[in-house]
Ligand binder design. Sequence first.
Ligand code: TPP
Ligand code: SF4
Ligand code: MG
Length: 280
Amino acid sequence: MPKTAADYRGDVKPVWCPGCGDFAVLAAIQRSLAAQEIDPSKLVVCSGIGCSGRTPAFLKCYGFHGVHGRVLPTAMGVKLANPELTVLAVGGDGDGLAIGAGHFPHACRRNIDITYIMLDNNIYGLTKGQFSPTSLPAEATASTPYGNIEAELDPILLAITYNATFVARVFSGNPSHMAQIITQAVQHKGFSFIQAISPCLTFAYPYDHYAPRVKMIPEDHDPGNRYAAVQLAMDRQWILLGVFYRDAEAADFGARLEAIAQEAARRAPADLQSILARYE
Ligand SMILES: Cc1ncc(C[n+]2csc(CCOP(=O)(O)OP(=O)(O)O)c2C)c(N)n1
Ligand code: SF4
Ligand SMILES: [Mg+2]
């Protein structure tokens, strides 16, 4: 029997606020897993701390709800320990771009075959509405009542320039598109980054704030063109959705490790002889 989204429902019922954008992300992940018929016993979903970090509990999978900001080291470790597993990393904009920001460049450039979904609501949701690195300048939040005085970070631009090999943006208002992109990301051999615009209705913006601003990336965009991807990512008029950048040719970390292991095995006898010759 083909699998359905319901086959990936966890035993715990979501505790998010009614209407939270994270419900749509959860549904899209479930839809994508069903479309790919992924065996739940071979699936690990790691998460950081935040409202978004609760996601693994609501899925049928092995889950690891780790420490705030450490979702990427956890997910990378799981994949390296058992490359047979499908590994998803899920966390918030605060988790990934504030306390955990140091891990983001290295995860991107290492190109380990995992999918990282950042649920971006432009706020710290779980701790009741402090500004986050993606909050816009001048925005009033619980911790910036007179307006945010810092400039925002753009995770798409960062991921492209950090050498991630799959970079996309999706929106909770379009869960079918989100499910398709998650499938492409999981199928991509290497590190995939998805920014999921996921409204926090309680402390930040409602769906209506984003809906008139989102637009699909033009069909003639070539995701293989990194320069064009950076130019698109710098568009400040629209919140563009779709795949900005994809390098399907880059060898992932596992393939590069395997190549080194083979080269070391090939060279070892000669290297060993030259070392022994020094002591003759
Ligand atoms: C080491 C550490 N520092 C701070 C916190 C408090 N804390 C919990 S969640 C969070 C931020 C949540 O924001 P985000 O990552 O954007 O997730 P969201 O709740 O918005 O999904 C903070 C600062 C913590 N749990 N651990
Ligand atoms: S506080 Fe915001 S992010 Fe957290 S569950 Fe509620 S609506 Fe969602
Ligand atoms: Mg957040």
